[in-house]
Ligand binder design. Structure first.
Ligand code: VGL
Ligand code: ZN
Length: 240
């Protein structure tokens, strides 16, 4: 006769043996479906080498994003799209330098070099992006006195860009976020996507950060707390 302990041990082994292959696959391979969208954040010349707010290794995200985009039926891109003399530019605050902060009516604002001015070459999407099936480009940061890192909500915390409505109208439930910069526009977009009720993945190797005053570590901590899933491009099942 088998005793209770032996039966349990056998059951355990059987269960593990029968589950392991599919469970392991499920854990390592995510297949975007029709209710999934890839959000490609701010892959613009200003944030790439030679740009006025170049993100270190920013160009390295381009081939990774091009590759994963093939697995998505839905791709939305964003463009930081500032007025000349935008409130986020250090150049309009006398005595202030880039990467310092100022207090604005909506809160603390990091000041940046002039970047992504509407209609300039710097604001153009990288010519190396190869995502012809991208279905929407959303521009943000176009109100002179309000910044917008997030693709969903401006920095006043209430003005919508319309993206949540678009995605919900298209019955999207899951968003995958990639692009520049991890600790600003990517993180704020991911956090607001959670607030809007989406399941959210950030594809770490498809992003690069600016990392000023601990911003990169803080961004990952905030995203983890909000339930954003941190994945790698290799976790996404290859597309057509
Ligand atoms: C961004 C700083 C200022 C970004 C945009 O795309 O992350 N960062 N404007
Ligand atoms: Zn900006």
């Amino acid at each position: 006769m088998l005793d209770r302990r032996q039966i349990l041990a056998m059951l355990g082994t059987t269960a593990l043996a029968s589950l392991a292959p599919s469970a392991l696959l499920a854990a390592t391979s995510i297949k975007p479906d029709d209710a999934s969208a890839l959000l490609v954040i701010d892959v613009q010349n200003c944030f790439l080498p030679g740009g006025s707010l170049a993100v270190k290794e920013g160009e390295q995200v381009v081939p990774v994003i091009n590759k994963i985009s093939k697995a998505f039926a839905n791709v939305v891109m964003t463009q930081d799209w500032h007025t000349p003399g935008h409130v986020s530019f250090a150049s309009v605050h006398s005595g202030k330098k880039p990467f310092e902060t100022v207090d604005l009516p909506y809160g603390k604002q990091v000041l940046w070099p002039d970047h992504c001015v509407q209609g300039t070459d710097g604001a153009a999407l990288s010519k190396d992006l190869a995502i012809p099936h991208a279905e929407l480009i959303i521009r943000k940061g176009f109100h002179k006195n309000v910044d917008s890192y997030s693709a969903f909500l401006e920095a006043d915390g209430k003005t919508s860009t319309g993206l949540a409505g678009y995605l919900k109208g298209r019955k999207i439930k899951r968003v995958f976020v990639a692009g520049l910069a991890t600790d600003f526009c990517v993180a704020w977009t991911a956090l607001d996507a959670r607030k809007a009720g989406f399941e959210v993945y950030v594809v770490e190797d498809a992003c690069r950060g600016i990392d000023t005053q601990g911003s990169l570590a803080k961004a990952w901590a905030d995203m983890a707390k909000a339930g954003v899933k941190r994945i790698q491009s290799a976790d996404i099942a290859a597309g057509a």
